[in-house]
Ligand binder design. Sequence first.
Ligand SMILES: [Zn+2]
Length: 262
Amino acid sequence: MSREIDEVKYEVAMATRILSHMGLSTGVTAALGHVSMRVPNQPDKFVVKGRGYAIDALEEMQYYDMIVCDLEGYKIDGPARSTQCSEVKIHSCIYKTRPDVQSVVHVHPRNVVLMTVLGEPIKPMAQEGASMVQAQPHPLYPHTKTVWSDEEGMELAGTLGGHKFALMQGHGATMTGKDPQDSVVSMLQLEEQARMNYWALVAKGSDHPFIPDALVNEISDRPSQDSHPHFKELMRSIGGNPPRDGVWNSYKKKVSVGMVAP
Ligand SMILES: [Zn+2]
């Protein structure tokens, strides 16, 4: 396998560990969940965690544990005694039907699962992820069983359609992104919104207040920050608006301890 694939494997192993450190795969779900990335120069292949390791937990993953798959979900590279993840069709069916998607995450976040079982919507309750959950209703895959077959994977991909994520009833959620940072951080935001919705539901009942459309729209419908006089010259002098990647980079630093580089 190429240097590029080894680098993608390292990025996917790191993102897999981050799911655990973010609390999206811990305790009873410590071995459940997977993030994948399409290989940039070989878009008919993707890399994802497998099964069959000595310790099959997300926070243990190394780049050499990762599995390379084709768009039908077949394993084409990886450790001899490992298989693809059992729900590999979540990833392969989305990559096959959504050429714009470069990364897919599937986890079982507790508050998201709770809200799908309660049949309650996840509404904007905080700034982080507010725009992502604004449009209602969210696509819901109406099954709790794991996604094993091509038929099940294509049904989930059809439920997702052109949306960023799909909820899965009593099971979890599947999130898409332009890279692992986008898909994983978006999943963290979805779980945070679900948690706050649950608290509001307990405090105020089903018709609890939420952030109205007008206020959510204000978040994005305005001039960029560097258009303001007190930022303009300074940001120009440092090469533009500083990136907002502190959450991702701090988790990368935490999980890189003990990781073997390719
Ligand atoms: Zn699952």
